[in-house]
Design a protein around this ligand. Structure first.
Ligand SMILES: Nc1ncnc2c1ncn2[C@@H]1O[C@H](COP(=O)(O)OP(=O)(O)OP(=O)(O)O)[C@@H](O)[C@H]1O
Length: 298
């Protein structure tokens, strides 16, 4: 089996007047789904454009399936299915002509898959592109990206503008590619449902700075809310505690429930209840606090 990573970024940086993508080094393993998460303007689309070869970084090196753009631009582009945040504007050209044109650029183009996907998600191809609705354009963009039978799917807000049925339909298609075709996925999204349904690993970014990678299931297992009647003298010193709120009972949020339980038990503090945390609260806490415990009074 080929274990070459899907994507490797080493010390990649990009500078605009008021924004710097700061020395990003990450490795994305083959066959996994990664969610790129960060507030508006944190650099997600910039990373996608760099990965597509549309934007040159100021420093660093990029490998896609072990290949670099300098040596293998053509081979790399054949491997990537890209859904941009805003679909490319094809003006008055009909969707059928767009499909025809794109199909000739990709050697692995799957004509039957394209036809089936278009029929199932009800995209009509006889309309000029600029007369299609926002959701229809996004669906066409997804169908095109999947029909090239990509090794790597780069999805920038893929569900933005889609109705519920289409969201479900394309989530299933992405799962199919992940599980049956070994495709690797990198998806930028602000939607917690998409992170929950599609991703294995979360990559967190804030203001151009990479905060770290987290396995989604581990995050949900480790982060818990612990309810206690008696507050420790120094809650910030209890292992794993990232924030606490005074109340009756007091609420402790732990990023490592086992360590926190052990510490509290050693101090003789009784935990009345342990409850799960929503993924959005976990992500928000990591993004806002950047590792520093916070406290809310009653
Ligand atoms: N061509 C450009 N010239 C100057 N600044 C740019 C350019 N493109 C992006 N930026 C800036 O880079 C920063 C990151 O933008 P980017 O689009 O990568 O963020 P994002 O995380 O995708 O945001 P969002 O979640 O809102 O889509 C922003 O401050 C943006 O204004």
């Amino acid at each position: 089996m080929n274990n070459t990573p899907a994507i490797q970024l080493n010390d990649v940086s990009k500078k605009y007047d008021d924004f710097t993508l700061d020395s990003l080094s990450i490795t994305l393993e083959k066959g996994l789904a990664y969610a790129l998460i960060g507030p508006n303007g944190s650099g997600k689309s910039t990373i996608f454009r760099i990965l597509n070869g549309l934007l040159q970084p100021h420093t660093g090196s990029i490998k896609i399936a072990g290949l670099s753009f300098q040596q293998d631009d053509y081979f790399i582009k054949n491997k990537i299915g890209y859904v941009p945040e805003n679909p490319i504007d094809h003006g008055r050209v009909r969707a059928s002509e767009v499909i025809n044109f794109i199909s000739r650029l990709y050697p692995r183009w799957d004509r039957k898959l394209c036809r089936d996907l278009l029929a199932q998600c009800e995209v009509k191809t006889d309309k000029p592109f600029n007369q299609m609705s926002k959701g229809m354009k996004k669906k066409l963009s997804l169908v095109l990206a999947l029909s090239i039978r990509p090794e790597i799917l780069l999805l920038d807000e893929p569900m933005d503008g889609l109705d519920f049925f289409s969201q479900k339909f394309f989530t299933e298609q992405i799962h199919h590619f992940l599980q049956q075709e070994g495709t690797s996925v990198l998806m930028a999204t602000h939607r917690v449902e998409d992170i929950r349904r599609i991703s294995d690993v979360l990559l967190l970014l804030n203001k151009g700075r990479f905060l770290g990678e987290y396995e989604k299931d581990q995050l949900l297992d480790n982060w818990k809310t612990l309810w206690i009647e008696q507050l420790p003298a120094n809650p910030q010193k209890v292992a794993g505690v990232v924030k606490w709120e005074e109340g009756s009972p007091h609420r402790l949020v732990s990023k490592d429930q086992h360590k926190t339980v052990k510490d509290l038990t050693t101090s003789g503090i009784h935990i009345t209840r342990t409850t799960p945390l929503e993924l959005d609260e976990i992500l928000q806490t990591i993004l806002i606090q950047d590792g520093n415990p916070t406290h809310k009074s009653a």
